[in-house]
Design a protein around this ligand. Structure first.
Ligand SMILES: NC(=O)c1ccc[n+]([C@@H]2O[C@H](COP(=O)([O-])OP(=O)(O)OC[C@H]3O[C@@H](n4cnc5c(N)ncnc54)[C@H](O)[C@@H]3O)[C@@H](O)[C@H]2O)c1
Ligand SMILES: O=C(O)C(=O)C[C@@H](O)[C@H](O)[C@H](O)COP(=O)(O)O
Ligand SMILES: [Zn+2]
Length: 371
């Protein structure tokens, strides 16, 4: 991602307001080009210090954002994080707390997260935990970050036992989705983000599926004809859900479609798989589970494999790992006691919970994704 020249004019952004819930303030997700000029407004006038957290891969961008904010009178620090999932650890969070502590970061100061979902998850968690909660602004630079991770206030880190097991609900003050950032994103990472967009299509907005199916090849990059619309539609799905149920006491679980198996795969692969790739396999598994449970029609179940494959996402996983995957799924956050729970579809855009499926059903669904 490059920072645009100072005189670059912002396009009129699409604005999606995420309604406040559970006593939190509403905030805007802006989708457009050259939106960094919006940062000072989101940081607010109470802040004296700003910490810009960014991954190593975006060192130039992070430094440019810091310099720009320094030029506007803030005391600034840039905190460089490891790339991707390596940032989501207790050690990296502790490193950030140290950086904030030594710069005298107070309750009115603000964290700005510039990066993909791993960066915004970690930075959001640091913001949630520092002094029991400071303001933060998300500047997602991946498709996945824009449509999912930066929106909704789920923040967190991984532990040795599994994915996102430590975290907090701490919504950002605003989200700036600068589509220009996507120009430098490797195609693999771009496509990984499509998995969450496709998830939004299956659980709520089937127009997303129609748009991707109309030209899957074009959907694989930022210059496709539907890029902004796909991102906007997915953001709207997420915004509507989290505004109703920030803390996942019910409805929000639908955003976890495909994730029960996905998180187990990610842990099994020591986080070397991109999240979206794992979610892709996880959605095919969930669709098969729905079909086997007699809840999902064949056409919709088959459509999962077809659309995910068409954009180049994986739909199978090593067949010899089932016992390990099952073990990890037992500590999924949707599990209650010993009761495994999965999000399935009762039809297109009709997500529902499947509780304690028969082990034979799970095994049969697994057989459909086993490579
Ligand atoms: N909090 C939530 O609600 C939520 C939702 C979905 C996913 N997530 C989390 O998000 C993470 C995945 O996010 P991701 O897919 O964005 O991956 P990521 O953050 O790991 O980024 C992928 C890679 O792209 C690099 N990168 C980022 N932006 C770039 C750019 N513009 N140009 C070039 N390189 C760039 C990163 O440094 C990294 O190496 C997972 O940890 C997942 O659990 C969280
Ligand atoms: O926002 C949510 O809620 C989601 O479940 C969105 C998911 O895409 C995302 O991967 C989330 O981080 C998963 O959360 P977890 O609670 O299962 O760790
Ligand atoms: Zn996800």
């Amino acid at each position: 991602m490059s920072v645009p020249p100072k005189d670059a004019r912002p396009t009129d952004p699409i604005r999606v307001t995420v309604g406040g819930s559970a006593g939190t303030e509403p905030y805007d997700v802006l989708v457009g080009h050259h939106l960094l000029g919006e940062l000072p407004r989101l940081i607010g006038t109470a802040a004296r210090r700003v910490a810009v957290l960014h991954p190593r891969a975006l060192a130039g961008t992070g430094e440019a954002v810091r310099e720009d904010l320094a030029g506007q009178g803030y005391e600034t620090i840039a905190v460089e994080l490891p790339d991707a999932e390596e940032a989501k650890t207790a050690e990296v969070a502790a490193y950030c707390w140290k950086a904030l502590g030594s710069s005298g970061f107070t309750r009115t100061d603000v964290i700005v997260a510039v990066g993909g979902g791993a960066t915004t998850d970690l930075a959001g968690f640091v913001a949630a935990s520092w002094l029991r909660g400071v303001r933060w602004v998300a500047v997602p630079t991946t498709v996945l970050g824009m449509v999912d991770a930066a929106v909704g206030g789920k923040t967190g880190i991984n532990t040795a036992e599994g994915k996102n097991l430590v975290g907090a609900f701490h919504p950002p003050a605003g989200v700036l989705c600068d589509l220009a950032a996507l120009a430098t994103l490797p195609v693999n990472d771009y496509v990984s983000g499509l998995a969450e967009i496709i998830k939004a299509g299956f659980i709520s907005d089937p127009v997303i599926l129609d748009l991707i199916e109309s030209d899957p090849e074009a959907a694989r990059g930022p210059s496709g004809p539907h890029t902004a619309e796909l991102i906007e539609r997915a953001v709207r799905v997420k915004a509507a859900v989290v505004a109703t149920d920030l803390k996942e006491s019910g409805l929000r679980e639908i955003l976890n479609y495909g994730h029960t198996l996905a998180h187990a795969i990610e842990k099994n692969e020591r986080y070397s798989w991109r999240h979206g790739a794992a979610v892709s396999v996880g959605m095919v598994f969930a669709a098969e589970l729905g079909r086997i449970a007699g809840r999902l029609d064949d056409a919709t179940a088959d459509r999962h494999r077809a659309v995910l494959t068409s954009v180049g996402l994986p739909v199978t996983y090593r067949g010899d790992q089932w016992p390990r995957l099952l073990e990890t799924m037992r500590v999924d956050k949707k599990t209650r006691g010993n009761l495994l729970r999965f999000i399935v579809l009762d039809g297109l855009a009709k997500p529902a919970v499947l509780e304690a499926p028969d082990p034979a059903m799970l095994l049969a669904a697994h057989a459909e994704i086993a490579a």
